[in-house]
Design a protein around this ligand. Structure first.
Ligand code: R5P
Length: 342
């Protein structure tokens, strides 16, 4: 097996290679003065299983083009199989036509990937469970939820009774691929936190219900609540429209909240959720989100929001200037390493 990395997130690729006890294979990426890129694999890949790791994060189009060229280089050089690991899968939010006249950008991306010779795709915490259906090639959906469950257990060691790793929930709930598929049929309403539970999970939008339900199962049925939000499609402005939570006893007063999301882009979803939780009397809020896209002023917004800590993963490389005091980065490298070899 040979592992190559695009330039979007080389530190993660290095960690994955290290977990597999192999060295990252070298790649030459030359940028011409006009911005065009020339990409070349610097190792022989004839009859090899090739793994290409590239997060398609901002600059999204540039990172996608680089990925396409790496795949083409591997294909032309005789690779046997090409597995593409896209820890963050760009364009997946445009998976249907929201307003007439729009492109289904994600479908275009899938068509390109499949037509240039990718054998298999691995991605982490997808925006919706529909995404794998766009592909006709094998697709592996990893999830950082187990990592989050372990960290939450560590942080709240005194108040949570069981270790999530030793809990006997169904195997499928721990398996990154099966967990989302199995919950396809789940239609149960969110469990509203009871007045006597000190710590609650919070999904900051309706799209996160499955995610929060899986995490709740991993954490011994920790109660969860749901915030409804509305995003103006033209301006991107986010507003909270409803909070479904405890309406008896002391409500949210004095509770610890754990907001869980798939990604943080502008930071508005998280900040709005944290503000409303604080207004309702939540004492302490932690944030767990897989993909730290951190566009615009997100780092400043998060640092100044009423949240104690922001846990993210290394699916996206965070430049030094976007790091902030409340931030902790967890690594998905061993999970990726386990799956590229299986
Ligand atoms: C939206 O449905 C996602 O789950 C995230 O909540 C959203 O993409 C976060 O975006 P932002 O940080 O810009 O509010």
């Amino acid at each position: 097996m040979k592992i190559f990395s695009g330039s979007a997130n080389k530190p993660l690729a290095e960690k994955v290679a290290e977990s597999l006890n192999i060295s990252l294979s070298p790649v030459e990426i030359f940028v011409f003065p006009d911005g065009e890129r020339r990409v070349r694999l610097e190792e022989d890949v004839v009859n090899e299983d090739v793994v290409i790791i590239q997060s398609t994060t901002p600059p999204v189009d540039q990172n996608y083009m680089e990925l396409f060229f790496l795949i083409d280089g591997a294909k032309r050089s005789g690779a046997k199989n090409i597995t593409v690991v896209m820890p963050y899968l760009g364009y997946q939010r445009q998976d249907h036509v929201f307003r007439s006249g729009e492109a289904v950008s994600f479908q275009v991306i899938v068509k390109i990937l499949e037509s240039i010779g990718v054998s298999r795709v691995i991605a982490c915490d997808l925006h919706t469970i529909k995404i794998p259906e766009f592909f006709t090639i094998p697709f592996t959906h990893l999830s950082a939820l187990q990592l989050f469950a372990e960290k939450i257990q560590e942080v709240f060691r005194d108040s949570l009774s069981r270790d999530p790793v030793n809990r006997s929930f169904p195997t499928s709930a721990r398996s990154s691929e099966a967990s989302f598929n199995e919950l396809r049929a789940v239609g149960s309403p969110p469990a509203i936190a009871t007045p006597d539970s000190d710590t609650i999970l919070v999904t900051p939008d309706m799209g996160g219900i499955r995610r929060i339900k899986i995490l709740s199962e991993m954490l011994d049925e920790m109660p969860y609540v749901m915030i409804e939000k509305n995003r103006d499609l033209a301006t991107g402005k986010v507003e909270v429209t409803a909070v479904h939570g405890p309406s008896t006893g002391s409500g949210f007063k004095g509770k610890k909240a754990i907001i869980v999301d798939d990604m943080i882009s502008s930071g508005r979803t998280i900040v709005n959720a944290a503000n409303i939780l604080k207004e309702k009397g939540v004492e302490e809020t932690l944030v767990f989100a897989t993909h730290p896209i951190f566009s615009d002023e997100a780092p400043e917004l998060l640092q100044n929001a009423p949240v104690e800590k922001v846990y993210v993963t290394d699916t996206v490389l965070i430049p030094e200037k976007k790091q902030f005091a409340k931030l902790t980065v967890l690594t998905i490298s061993s999970m990726v390493a386990d799956h590229v070899t299986s």
